[in-house]
Design a protein around this ligand. Structure first.
Ligand code: BTN
Length: 327
């Protein structure tokens, strides 16, 4: 099975240029006959790719396929970012990039990207829709030595880093929804999931996972239980490698100073992009659900909301915010 997967990846890499390749040459790439190639190509269709058979010539992927490629990502990184990367890997398929860095790569500064996730994880136990070669699924592992306390506000800070990365690519009007949804046109464009391993009072590792919709196929999008968008839908046409590089740049820069600086210096940057400030929102914590006016966040990243003239502050946990307008 693993061998098969590698073969499929090799075939997609060859076909990703959008040109016609003969069955014979494709067979040579993976050491099988021309007839056996066709069987493998059917697997590409299952991944959502359109394989066109060109009579008497071979096969092609019309329009090619924008695959992730470390050789394209690395030259776009600054020298500083490159020095912060422990190891960087791109996978054809993983259950979850967060899971991989949490359990299988105990390296500080490790970065992991996957073309697809078979068990992509969202917040609150949700599934994160992760179709092949369509979006960004990226995780970074970062070690802290002052326990989880040093991570206060980190998920909001990551939202700021993601917004900055997107803005540097020319996307206007990126908004952040507490605690860390990335919105564009009031629809969800991306999300952040931070998981922690190690000693919660001392040496621990934060796995910072970012999922960003780039060109979500309609079939995969249909399964998402809330209004969503992708970079294409927001009018930004950009290679996923460029997006990945900008995200790595911002995330590594943020993480390298976070233990020392904390969230405080980023509060204003978060507020500048905040969605729903001054609007009525529903705040859900566990099974409770309350309504109030969202008044912003404090220097710890806690959410302030006003009920009957009194401002209450809520932090982390399982709290979610929903605008009254956008359901
Ligand atoms: C959310 O629910 O808003 C958070 C979604 C986070 C998804 C990313 S994709 C990369 C990383 N690996 C995962 O399994 N989840 C995160």
């Amino acid at each position: 099975m693993a061998h098969n997967r590698e073969d499929i990846y090799k075939l997609i890499k060859v076909l990703s240029d959008g040109n016609v390749h003969s069955g014979e040459s494709l067979g040579d790439v993976i050491g099988v006959t021309r007839a056996a190639v066709w069987k493998r190509l059917q697997r590409l269709q299952q991944l959502g790719l359109t394989v066109e058979s060109v009579r008497g010539q071979g096969y092609r992927l019309p329009g090619g396929c924008d695959l992730l490629d470390l050789d394209s990502i690395q030259p776009s990184l600054s020298r500083r970012a490159r020095s912060l990367v422990g190891v960087c890997k791109v996978f054809f398929e993983l259950p979850s990039t967060n899971e991989y860095l949490l359990r299988e790569t105990p390296v500080h500064g490790a970065v992991c990207l996957a073309e697809q996730q078979t068990a992509g994880r969202g917040r609150r136990g949700r599934v994160w829709s992760s179709p092949f070669a369509a979006n960004i699924y990226l995780s970074v592992r970062w070690h802290f030595n002052q326990g989880v306390q040093a991570l206060e506000g980190l998920s909001l800070a990551v939202g700021v880093a993601v917004a900055r990365a997107l803005e540097s690519l020319g996307l206007q009007a990126v908004q952040l929804k507490w605690p860390n949804d990335i919105l564009c046109n009031q629809k969800k464009l991306g999300g952040v999931l931070i998981e922690v391993g190690g000693d919660l009072n001392g040496d621990c590792a934060a796995i910072v996972g970012v999922g960003l919709n780039v060109a979500m196929p309609a079939e995969s999008g249909a399964a998402i239980g809330q209004p969503w968008t992708d970079l294409t839908g927001c009018g930004l046409k950009v290679s996923r490698n460029e997006v990945a590089a900008r995200l790595m740049e911002e995330l590594l820069s943020l993480l390298s100073g976070y233990q020392e600086m904390g969230f405080g210096p980023l509060r204003q940057a978060w507020m500048d992009r905040a969605a729903y400030v001054g609007e009525r929102v529903t705040v859900r914590a566990d099974k409770d659900s309350r309504e109030g006016v969202f008044c912003g966040i404090d220097e710890h990243g806690a959410l302030g909301f006003e009920v009957d003239g009194v401002v209450e502050w809520l932090s982390g946990g399982e709290v979610s915010v929903r605008s009254e307008v956008v359901k």
